[in-house]
Design a protein around this ligand. Structure first.
Ligand code: TRP
Length: 322
C-alpha cells in the first residue's frame, strides 16, 4: 500500500515538473534529476566508460591515489554519506581505507532504486562496513543519514563526479550552504569539481561519437512517453551540446527538428514546438582550481586540501565545516 502511495506521488511530482518546465515562457526546460530512471542510470554508467568522457576516471584516479591521505586527515570513527552514489564503484578505495582502520558506516543516497541496489551489491564485500542506503533526493537523504550517525562519529559527505556543476553558480553555493547546515563543526565534505578545459574537449565529452550521451538525454522524452502517456516522436528531436562562455558551462538541450505538437496526457498538456526550438535539460559548470577556496569559504567551510588529476583537469577538494 505504502509503495503504491509513493509511486503515485513520484508520478504526480514528475507530471507537475514537466508541466511547469514546458509551459515556461521563453526557454523550455526539464529538470535534470529526471534523467536518472533505470534506463538513464544505466546509460550514464556507459557514459562514464567512454574514452571522450574522462571525468569519472579522473575522479576515480584521484580518489584511489589519495585515499590514505584523505583517511588520515579524518581521525576517529567516521560515517560516510554519499550524495548520488551511482554504482558506488569509485567509492570503494576510500571505504576500504576507512574500514582497514575501523568499522565504518556508509550511507549511499540515490534517487535511482536500481543504481542503489547495484551500489549495495558492489560494496557489501568490504570487511567492517555497515551499509544503509536511502532512496531519496540529496538533502532529504542527508538529513536521514545524519540522524543515524552515532555519538563521536565524524560525518564525511561525498559529493563526487562534479554534480555540483549541474547547479548554476548561485544555486550551487546555496546547496553547499544547505549541506553545511546539516553538518557539525569538524565534519567534512569531499567535493569533486571538473576544471575548465578546451571547448573541443568539452564538446567531445558531452556529445560523444557513439551517441550514448544523445541517448541519455533523449531518454528523458522516452521516459515522459512511458510514465506520463505522452507521444514525443524521438526521431524528431536531437541532442545538442553547446558551450556557454559567460557561464563557463556546457549546456545540453533537446532540439525539435520541425514544427510539432506533443500531447502529454498525465500532465494534461499539449505543447507546441517551433523548428529549432530547444528544451534545456542540463548544464555542467566548469571551475578554476583556485575559485573552490572562495566557494568553500562562502558556504561555511575551509578548503583543507585539493588534489588535481594530471591527465584530465579535475580537482578533488576536502572541505572542513567551520
Ligand atoms: N554530472 C555529470 C556532468 O556534468 C552529468 C552528465 C554527464 C550529464 N554527461 C551528461 C548530464 C549529459 C546531462 C547530459 O558531467
Amino acid at each position: 500500500m505504502l509503495v503504491h502511495g509513493i509511486t503515485a506521488n513520484v508520478t504526480y511530482d514528475f507530471a507537475v515538473s514537466v508541466r511547469a518546465g514546458l509551459t515556461k515562457p521563453g526557454q523550455k526546460e526539464l529538470p535534470s534529476m529526471y534523467l536518472y530512471d533505470d534506463v538513464g542510470s544505466a546509460l550514464f554508467e556507459v557514459i562514464c566508460h567512454l574514452p571522450e568522457y574522462g571525468l569519472t576516471r579522473a575522479d576515480e584516479r584521484v580518489l584511489r591515489r589519495n585515499a590514505s591521505d584523505i583517511v588520515e586527515r579524518m581521525t576517529g570513527p567516521v560515517a560516510v554519506a554519499e550524495l548520488g552514489s551511482g554504482s558506488g564503484k569509485k567509492t570503494r578505495w576510500l571505504l576500504e581505507a576507512f574500514c582497514r582502520r575501523q568499522r565504518t558506516s556508509y550511507y549511499p543516497i540515490e534517487i535511482s532504486p536500481s543504481a542503489l541496489a547495484i551500489c549495495e551489491r558492489e560494496l557489501r564485500d568490504i570487511d567492517a562496513i555497515s551499509i544503509l542506503g536511502f532512496e531519496r533526493e540529496y538533502l532529504d537523504g542527508l538529513l536521514e543519514a545524519a540522524a543515524h550517525r552515532r555519538v563521536g562519529q565524524r560525518l564525511l559527505v561525498l559529493f563526487l563526479g562534479s554534480t555540483i556543476g549541474n547547479f548554476d553558480r548561485p544555486a550551487g553555493n546555496e546547496f553547499l550552504a544547505s549541506i553545511r547546515r546539516i553538518m557539525q563543526q569538524g565534519d567534512a565534505l569531499l567535493l569533486g569539481t571538473d576544471l575548465e578545459k578546451s571547448d573541443a574537449a568539452l564538446i567531445r565529452a558531452y556529445d560523444d561519437e557513439l551517441g550514448v550521451t544523445a541517448a541519455f538525454n533523449l531518454n528523458l522524452l522516452a521516459r515522459i512517453n512511458r510514465e506520463l502517456g505522452a507521444n514525443f516522436d524521438l526521431q524528431q528531436f536531437e541532442h545538442v551540446a553547446t558551450i556557454n562562455h559567460e557561464a563557463r558551462s556546457v549546456e545540453m538541450h533537446l532540439r525539435s527538428k520541425r514544427r510539432q505538437t506533443v500531447n502529454i496526457s498525465l500532465a494534461e498538456l499539449v505543447v507546441e514546438f517551433r523548428p529549432g526550438e530547444t528544451i534545456w535539460t542540463e548544464s555542467s559548470h566548469k571551475y578554476k582550481a583556485k575559485e573552490i577556496f572562495q566557494i568553500a569559504g562562502d558556504a561555511g567551510f575551509r578548503c583543507e586540501a585539493q588534489w588535481i588529476d594530471e591527465q584530465w583537469p579535475f580537482a578533488e577538494n576536502l572541505l572542513i565545516a567551520e
